[in-house]
Ligand binder design. Structure first.
Ligand code: ADP
Length: 256
């Protein structure tokens, strides 16, 4: 195992946890999903959060996205400390500053593609400005959704649904997009297309993205890979091949 991973200074980070713990249950049944994790997500980068099942990946992502709170420690989204915010404040913050891409797409089945993409504005009680409308049109074109705008999610393939979810996540130009196993429900070719789109969004638009995955191939599309084990960050690497990432994972399991 390498030395303690270093956390870059605030300002270059879009999300950050310091000494975060998250406990479930009490007494002998107590589980520390996070056990003193410190990590930052770098602005403008595509970061993969990897680790074995149960290592705390989803919990780390949920607390950084304001979907859940920590038991102890601190959490920032950009320069805002969100550690002690209540549900209502977190909801507003999420709507304005975070985009989500989930394994199960999470599109609204009764809305067509155009309305799904504009949903973050709708939920926030505002209409896209002209510039934002042009940006959405650009996303629709570049994601190849132009001839699907009046379709409902069930009329689309899995890959198309995930492209709609990516367009929706990018629509508000959020500080950070969290992607939770975004290729988990896709065949490998479609999965690669989705990963390329995420990597392109980061490179082309400077979109900060954090992706939870257990798949070394998915992680090989990221600029940086953060490894979790037992609720702590145990290692991190800059962009690596799937083979190298598999090797790091194997090393982690052997030394566990
Ligand atoms: P990963 O995403 O890496 O699979 P999770 O963050 O989902 O890991 O879970 C980390 C640990 O916390 C696991 O042992 C899991 O069982 C436990 N855990 C997660 N959520 C809950 C919960 N709501 N109640 C009890 N235990 C939980």
């Amino acid at each position: 195992m390498t030395a303690e991973p270093t956390v870059p200074p605030a300002g270059t980070l879009v999300a950050r946890v310091v000494d975060a713990t998250k406990s479930y249950g009490t007494g002998a049944g107590r589980v520390n999903a996070l056990d003193g994790a410190s990590q930052g997500i770098r602005a403008g980068q595509f970061t993969a959060i990897m680790g074995p099942s149960g290592s705390g990946k989803s919990t780390l992502m949920h607390v950084m996205a304001g979907l859940d709170t920590v038991t102890t420690g601190q959490v920032w989204l950009g320069d805002t400390e969100i550690t002690h915010l209540g549900d209502a404040e977190l909801t507003v913050l999420r709507r304005r500053r975070v985009g989500f891409v989930f394994q199960s797409f999470n599109l609204v089945p009764t809305l067509d593609v155009a309305a799904n993409i504009r949903l973050p504005f709708e939920l926030d009680g505002r209409r896209p400005t002209r510039t934002q409308g042009e940006w959405i049109d650009h996303l629709v074109d570049s994601l190849g959704l132009g001839d699907r705008l009046t379709h409902r999610p069930h009329e689309l393939s899995g890959g198309q649904q995930q492209r709609v979810a990516i367009a929706r996540a990018l629509a508000t130009r959020p500080d950070l997009i969290f992607a939770d196993e975004p290729t988990g429900n896709l065949d490998s070719r479609t999965g690669r297309e989705v990963l390329t789109l995420l990597a392109d969004a980061s490179r082309t638009y400077g979109q900060s993205i954090a992706m939870v995955t257990h798949d070394p191939i998915a992680a090989s599309y990221a600029d940086r890979i953060v490894f979790l084990a037992d609720g702590v960050v145990v290692d991190e690497h800059e962009r690596s091949t799937a083979e190298a990432i598999s090797g790091y994972m194997l090393g982690m399991e052997e030394s566990a």
